[in-house]
Design a protein around this ligand. Structure first.
Ligand code: HPA
Length: 273
């Protein structure tokens, strides 16, 4: 059997020893949203450290567990804390949790993150519906022997972020009176923030927001046929676009400042996708 798939099967059995909860929607929480999962109707939790072979996240402020429960009666699995490529894990480990949630039964994936705005029309605190992404600057999570059990060798990526879900997100944001930008997310490896030249490059490639997560997870999810959507919280203007230097504290502060609105939007979207 494929090594990566074998590891996934082991992780799945490890989770199944603790809970047989069947989620419909998988939700990955970005910076600022970490405590969203604490507010839902929780049925079970599984710490990443209790899953054999699971890559455990090291970023401060990320809890590191799966939360199973209901958001307005929709069965969900929530990743409280994600795994980043810059932590040193191979891409197959970075997307392992995403695949695992798919194997638990989740047919839909809702991605959230904090991102830098590369578009001059964006401001810190804006929300951006992810319309599409650029992953050409990072290794593909699908490199290596194909996992035939999950998907095909050469998967189509012409609609990574579901049109149907994007329509729902626009509607829900409008209903809540939350302004919503739209754009293209460009994933860099990090952990250093980008240079001004890299941001000019991202913009000239058509990018609107930059970050260090999300797009690789979207690729792995689409490979296995999950329906995907995503929203970025623009926490700062990207490098070279303002007079201030980039700082994780600023990112965290903006994410925390708009977390209340973000949570409302997440609840509305999960309830209707
Ligand atoms: N660049 C990359 N990742 C980020 C940024 C940024 O400016 N802000 C929040 N995450």
């Amino acid at each position: 059997m494929n090594e990566v798939y074998e590891k996934l099967q082991k992780c799945l059995s490890s989770v199944r020893e603790k809970t047989d909860f069947k989620p419909e929607v998988a939700l990955i929480l970005g910076s600022g949203l970490g405590d969203y999962a604490d507010g839902i109707q929780i049925e079970a939790t599984v710490d990443y450290t209790d899953i054999e072979g699971f890559p455990t996240s090291t970023v401060a402020g990320h809890k590191g567990r799966f939360v199973f429960g209901y958001v307005n009666e929709v069965p969900v699995v929530i990743m409280q804390g994600r795994v980043h490529y810059y932590e040193g894990y191979p891409m197959s480990d970075v997307v392992l949790p995403t695949r695992l949630m798919g194997m638990m039964g989740a047919k839909k994936l809702f991605l959230t993150n904090a991102a830098g705005g590369a578009n001059y029309h964006f401001q810190p605190g804006d929300f951006m519906l992810i319309a599409d992404h650029i992953t050409a600057l990072i290794p593909s999570p699908l490199i290596g022997a194909n996992i035939d059990e999950l998907g095909v060798r050469f998967p189509d990526m012409s609609e990574v972020y579901s049109k149907r879900m994007r329509e729902i997100i626009r509607k829900e944001a409008l209903g809540l009176g939350i302004p919503l930008k739209e754009g293209i997310y460009v994933q860099f490896t990090g952990p250093a923030y980008e240079t001004p030249a890299e941001i000019r490059m991202a913009r000239s490639l058509g990018g609107d927001a930059v970050g260090m997560s999300t797009a690789c997870e979207a690729v792995a999810a689409r490979h296995m046929g999950m329906e995907v959507c995503g929203i970025s919280c623009i926490t700062n203007l990207a490098a070279g676009m303002s007079l201030t230097k980039l700082d994780h504290k600023e990112v965290q502060e903006t994410a925390d400042r708009v977390a209340g609105q973000f949570k409302k939007l997440v609840t509305a979207v999960v309830s209707s996708i």
